[in-house]
Ligand binder design. Structure first.
Ligand code: MG
Length: 375
């Protein structure tokens, strides 16, 4: 399908920091995607927690399978809207590269350790990974990705950090946070595909883990609507197949809803280029009823799953691992590999080193440095 005028057209890219000759067979966004897939940080996503720790079970989502699901949902919506599928896929595969081990517990703990040293934000860290931390090219640090990919990766950013980015890179990826503009429609789509993906897979993983029950899910109208639809068609269906068919219907309806709501908004605002779309209000949206239903589901998952006593217990131990590791490396930087030891900003070097760890490597290091076995 051809691209809509408001899509990101690769031939109009704002380009890369270090100019490169075009590739003979791939667009710039395809090339970005390939660089991400071949990066070290991407391979680490296999062993990083989404909600459940990597060693708790083989079938739970990890950061990697989550990112693949975001890419799948994003691409399918992009195709219907005439947006650039390659850019959506690229941003989806890169969006969680900066996540610490142990999911949000790890990020919160690292942010607390870095208070007074610039803090730690996982979106900004994803950008650091592709801009600075990957070491794959002879002439520069990072992956030298296009502006559009980097813009999509930086989903959120505090004002302070946006000002720092803007000072280093005028009119760059920090600019929109200072001026209230939107990112490309492809980037907006990735944010929403992220939400659709985790709402659905966290129900699945929650039930699989035994922490959520089908009875509890009765409280969620978005879930019961599609469960009832399934039961109307297959009255005897039970257990996992009932759960899967309900989630499948829920996903499809959310996808159709985004497509419809976005088409209406695009008709109303009529952006003629990708840059005009950046000046519009957010155009990739749910309809109002679906927005409310999705927010309600999120609230339910927060209370019933993310704050489940068993998850809280794991969270507390995970935070201790990160906090202990941070203290150990700050006082004994020689315990880190030489390229981290030698960096002048010790706290940032320690944060970068810890953020890059997989769950299991962090646990091994923690045991080695403290003698404690917390899991
Ligand atoms: Mg995500």
């Amino acid at each position: 399908m051809s691209l809509a005028p408001y899509a990101s057209h690769p031939e109009q890219t704002r380009g890369r920091k270090y100019p490169e000759k075009p590739a003979p067979t791939r667009s710039d966004f395809q090339r970005d995607r390939d660089r991400i897939v071949h990066s070290t940080a991407f391979r680490r996503l296999v062993y990083k927690t989404q909600v459940f720790l990597n060693h708790e079970g083989d079938l739970f989502r990890t950061r990697l399978t989550h990112s693949l699901e975001v890419a799948q949902l994003g691409r399918s919506i992009a195709r219907s809207l005439g947006l650039n599928e390659d850019l959506v896929e690229t941003v989806a595969l890169a969006h969680d590269l900066g996540h610490t081990p142990f999911g949000h517990a790890g990020q919160d703990a690292l942010n607390a350790c870095m208070a007074g040293h610039g803090g730690f934000e996982h979106n900004l860290q994803s950008l650091r990974v592709v801009d600075e931390l990957e070491e794959r090219y002879p002439a520069y640090n990072g992956l030298n990705l296009t502006f559009e990919t980097r813009e999509g990766i930086l989903k959120h950013c505090s004002r302070t950090h946006a000002e720092e980015l803007e000072a280093r890179e005028p009119n760059g990826v920090g600019y929109r946070f200072l001026h209230g503009h939107q990112p490309s429609l492809e980037a907006q789509l990735c944010n929403l595909a992220d939400e659709i993906a985790y709402n659905a897979h966290d129900i699945d993983d929650g039930v699989r883990s035994g922490l959520l029950t089908m009875e509890q899910l009765e409280a969620v109208p978005l879930f019961t609507r599609y469960r009832d639809e399934t039961l109307a068609e297959f009255p005897c269906l039970k257990g996992r197949r009932l759960l899967f068919d309900t989630i499948r219907r829920m996903l499809s309806q959310q996808v159709y809803d985004v497509i419809d709501a976005t088409q209406t908004l695009v008709q109303a605002h009529r952006p003629q280029t990708a840059d005009e779309a950046r000046l519009c209000p957010p155009l990739i949206r749910f309809s109002q009823p679906m927005r409310e239903a999705s927010t309600e589901l999120k609230r339910f998952l927060f209370k019933a799953l993310y704050r489940h006593p068993q998850v809280n217990d794991v969270t507390a131990r995970a935070k201790q691992v990160i906090t202990d590791l941070f203290a150990a490396y700050v006082t004994q930087p020689g315990e880190m590999p030489a390229d981290f030891t030698e960096r002048p900003d010790r706290h940032r070097a320690v944060a970068d080193y810890i953020a890059g760890m997989t769950d299991r490597f962090a646990l091994r290091e923690h045991e080695r440095l403290t003698g404690l076995k917390l899991f």
